[in-house]
Ligand binder design. Structure first.
Ligand SMILES: C[S@@+](CC[C@H](N)C(=O)[O-])C[C@H]1O[C@@H](n2cnc3c(N)ncnc32)[C@H](O)[C@@H]1O
Length: 358
């Protein structure tokens, strides 16, 4: 356990700072091993009381005061995610120990949920260890398809193998890839105690400008690499950072290069917090923080513009420019016609009056 605590972001998030922050304890049901209904029954058998989500949610976020001790509900956005009171410690829970449930913050579930690959997909999880999002992806495709999970750190890969084994996930070797989840190393400035999260990130920006820059360089390089896979259809990019340098700026820089091949799809459209305004595509991006009853997180979803879409776009662009030119010509024709008519009328008036004088 101490070893896992040293490497697992989610376990860090489960420790005292998160408990103290009042962020709920989110529990993802691993549908490879158990259904959500069964998990709910087991929690009830363990002395918990289930209440419907409409009694707990207010404007899309959890009303923590309704989650008193041993009361739990379902999340309204993420399928198969249960929401328990902040202080719930489930590390000794049987369902957690045998991989039937995964302790994973809601925000950290957004990347795989928005990528949403269908069964039979071929997927890369590019910075995968310790593997929580890999196991979420496997759950979404029902273990039918291929997932290639990469990481640079041998220690973290070892932890990941154990975790994926426990979760019953099959991970394959590299081949044609259509979906990529990229959750690269980041400053982690989203994982802070409740309070002024922006002040925290400002502190980090000022103190570690060089580190931030090298993280951002790596993130952009990894994102460009992901977008370069020839068969890839969707790439989800996420960080648990609050810094624009690692989020909006990386996404906008990637779009500058790949904007003709990819577009952004809005992540969780009814979510109240978007990217930082001032960036061209901010409305498509997802941000969260303790204010949304989750840890600080950022997600953007790239979707390849298909050939058909490109053809349609070109068709509509051409049609629009044809209509514009028609309109311009129509205007100038009309003007010319009006001038002609005016000249004719002037000529006519002159001639009529000269006729009269004569
Ligand atoms: C934020 S963690 C990933 C957490 C993981 N996606 C999850 O949800 O369990 C970032 C990971 O990126 C890995 N990483 C850093 N540089 C990398 C590289 N060049 N290639 C592959 N993985 C890398 C780190 O070892 C680390 O495990």
């Amino acid at each position: 356990m101490s070893c896992r605590q040293a490497v697992r972001k989610e376990d860090l998030a489960s420790s005292s700072s998160i408990m103290a922050s009042g962020i709920p304890r989110y529990v993802r049901v691993n549908t490879l091993k158990m259904t959500k209904v069964k998990a709910i029954e087991r929690f009830i058998a363990n002395g918990f009381q289930y209440i419907p989500s409409d009694l707990v949610y207010n404007a899309g976020t959890v009303d923590i005061t309704k989650l008193r001790e041993k009361i739990f509900t379902s999340d309204i956005h993420i399928e198969n995610l249960l929401v328990l009171p902040p202080k719930s410690d489930l590390h000794d829970n049987e369902m957690y120990l045998n991989g039937e449930v995964v302790l994973q913050d809601k925000a950290s579930c957004i990347p795989a949920f928005t990528l949403n690959p269908p069964p039979q997909s071929c997927i890369i999880d590019a910075c995968a260890a310790p593997g929580n999002k890999t196991s979420h992806l496997a759950s979404i495709i029902g273990n039918v398809g291929k997932i290639y999970a990469f990481d640079i750190s041998p220690n973290r890969i070892k932890t990941m193998r154990e975790l994926l084994d426990k979760a019953g996930v099959n991970v394959m070797e590299y081949e044609d890839v259509e979906y990529i989840l990229l959750d690269p190393s980041c400053s982690g400035s989203g994982i802070v105690d409740r309070g002024d999260i922006n002040a925290e990130s400002k502190k980090l920006c000022n103190a570690n400008k060089n580190r931030l820059q090298s993280l951002a360089d790596f993130q952009l390089k990894a994102l460009k690499q992901a977008l370069s896979f020839p068969s890839v259809k969707k790439v989800v990019y996420s960080t648990c950072s609050m810094n624009v340098e690692e989020n909006e700026e990386v996404v906008e820089a990637a779009l500058k290069v790949f904007g003709n091949k990819y577009k952004l799809i809005p992540v969780l459209e009814d979510w109240p917090y978007r990217g930082m305004s001032g960036y061209a595509h901010w409305k498509f991006m997802f941000r969260s923080s303790p204010k949304t009853s989750t840890t600080g997180f950022f997600v953007a979803l790239f979707s390849r513009i298909t050939d058909r879409q490109t053809k349609l776009n070109t068709f509509f662009k051409r049609k629009a420019s044809f209509h514009r030119s028609l309109l311009e010509n129509y205007d100038s024709n009309t003007k010319r016609k009006r001038k002609k008519i005016k000249r004719f009328l002037r000529f006519k008036r002159k001639n009529i009056s000269s006729d009269k004088e004569a």
